[in-house]
Design a binder for this molecule. Structure first.
Ligand code: UDX
Ligand code: UDX
Length: 462
């Protein structure tokens, strides 16, 4: 039986190992994490992350060939495993050289050293965490400077799952990418991992490359995805000025096969733990490699995202007679996207913070993400009202802002909501999920993204 260990039971490690265990009953999969509360949650009915379909997969595999363990026994687990996935977090460095941009690799390096300390037999070490290109080289150096004569093969196998659809993305990936060295043992290691995925992924979807291509492809995939959103968001600003409709433009250009229809939804901005971090990292690497023009090009994707959030708030202020002070504003959505409880880098929290600066009275409403939002907002949380029920949240409000594309926000009874609000009532649809004409007919002043606003009065806007 093959023995797999995963270090890090987060949004990536947990679901990925659950799907591997489900499809490979002949392998034993153990997942360790230094966060004991997280492990307790993985072992309970209240899983630590909200992800559609995850519970079903866990129910099949947990206790059979999938085990979640605290890292007290990490020494024993490392020595036990043949294959070690490392899925610890790699946040943006907050201090020293490259602060605010470079990836902080302290957890990765600590993990590599733990492996070196406790391994007595050969291992395949797999980078699951997104890492700067050529990190594997540094890891190989650390691991292979051992005096015990143990062979370590370091592979890169980046994860492309998106939150909210993690299980579907893992079950039916567009591709699996495995990068390794072009040496006999590197190629053997690649083949071992190809065989693992081939238990459920068609072989033609398993791509093998050299290590550096694999590491870089992950950063580039996220940079391209984020770039598409920034591109359409840039156009949304122009649409609002010209009465073009950004959804019509996106549809029209998306029918060109070379452009394609996906990831062209204009929004209040992209969030999530990956896009910003990975682009900052790409920018930093380009600068380090003496490519300032390339760095600046990608930096612009982030600038456009910040602009979109700031523009959204400025639009609220201007539309609501240049003052939000003391006005009750209901924010529908805290998660960075629908179908997740994750609030990392959520544009909803960016808007929330800026509205607090404007001294608005903010009510935050979300079906799954309020607890994470409370933690992320930190000391500002005490100034925010957290209300799970959107009808309660909107009661007496001067405005509603839709910040997460939860389908259920589109299906509320807006007639009832309108009647319970202060008038004139404003609605800012930061995700374009509502029926704007219908809301306008109900009496709302409606401000979509990338479309002309629908107002019941002439605002004198230019
Ligand atoms: C993380 C990275 O952020 C991302 O770049 C990478 O692609 C995959 O891993 P995610 O799973 O979303 O993504 O992170 P997170 O939910 O924070 O999970 C990381 C886990 O590792 C945490 O549960 C943390 O407690 C654990 N960890 C961290 C360890 O067990 N040991 C450590 O030394 C550090
Ligand atoms: C992303 C990548 O999609 C995934 O492949 C990678 O492994 C991790 O990073 P994730 O951050 O979980 O996944 O979610 P994603 O669906 O990519 O959405 C990111 C952000 O972009 C969200 O805030 C989302 O609302 C926003 N978005 C997405 C838009 O604003 N418009 C779009 O058209 C698509």
């Amino acid at each position: 039986m093959r023995k797999i260990l995963c270090i890090g039971a987060g949004y990536v490690g947990g679901p990925t190992m659950a799907v591997i265990a489900k499809h490979c009953p002949q392998y034993e999969v153990r997942v360790v994490d230094m966060n004991a509360d997280r492990i307790a949650a993985w072992n309970s009915d209240q899983l630590p992350i909200y992800e559609p379909g995850l519970k079903d997969v866990i129910d099949i595999a947990r206790g059979r060939n999938l085990f979640f363990l605290t890292d007290e026994t990490i020494a024993e687990q490392i020595d036990w495993a043949d294959i070690i996935f490392v899925s610890v977090n790699t946040p943006t460095k907050a201090f020293g050289l490259g602060a605010g941009r470079a990836a902080d690799l302290q957890f990765w390096e600590k993990t590599a050293r733990q492996i070196l300390q406790h391994a007595t037999s050969p291992k395949i070490i797999i980078e699951k965490s997104t890492l700067p290109v050529r990190t594997a080289e540094a890891m190989s150096h650390i691991l292979n400077t051992n005096s015990i004569g143990v062979q370590f093969d370091v592979l890169s196998n980046p994860e492309f799952l998106a939150e909210g659809s993690a299980i579907r993305d893992l079950e039916e990936p567009d591709r699996v990418l495995i990068g390794g060295h072009n040496t006999p043992s590197g190629q053997r290691a690649i083949e071992t991992i190809v065989e693992l995925y081939a238990n459920w992924v068609p072989r033609e979807k398993i791509i093998t490359t050299n290590l550096w291509s694999s590491e870089l492809s992950k950063l580039v995939a996220n940079a391209f995805l984020a770039q598409r959103i920034s591109s359409i968001n840039a156009i949304s600003a122009l649409c609002e000025k010209t009465e073009a409709d950004v959804e019509e433009v996106a549809f029209a250009i998306g029918t060109d096969k070379r452009i394609g229809p996906h990831f062209l939804r204009a929004s209040v901005g992209f969030g999530g733990s990956c896009f910003k971090k990975d682009i900052l990292n790409l920018v930093y690497i380009c600068e380090q490699q003496g490519l300032p023009e390339v760095a600046e090009y990608w930096q612009q994707v982030l600038k456009m995202n910040e602009y979109q959030g700031a523009r959204f708030v400025a639009n609220m202020v201007h539309s609501m007679f240049n003052s939000l002070s003391g006005k009750r504003i209901a924010l529908f959505g805290a998660a960075f996207k629908a179908n997740t409880s994750d609030t990392r880098e959520s544009p909803a929290l960016v808007v929330c913070r800026e509205l607090l600066e404007e001294r608005a009275d903010v009510i935050l409403c979300d079906p799954h993400a309020l607890e994470n939002a409370r933690q992320d907002l930190d000391e500002q949380a005490e100034k925010v009202n957290f209300v799970a029920d959107p009808y309660q949240a909107a009661k007496g409000a001067h405005a509603i802002a839709i910040l997460t594309e939860w389908a259920y926000f589109a299906n509320l009874d807006y007639h009832q909501i309108y009647n319970s609000m202060a008038h004139p009532a404003f609605i800012f649809d930061g995700r374009n999920i509502l029926d704007h004409q219908a809301l306008f007919k109900l009496g709302f002043n409606v401000y979509p993204i990338g479309k002309a606003p629908l107002q019941h009065f002439n605002h004198g806007r230019t």
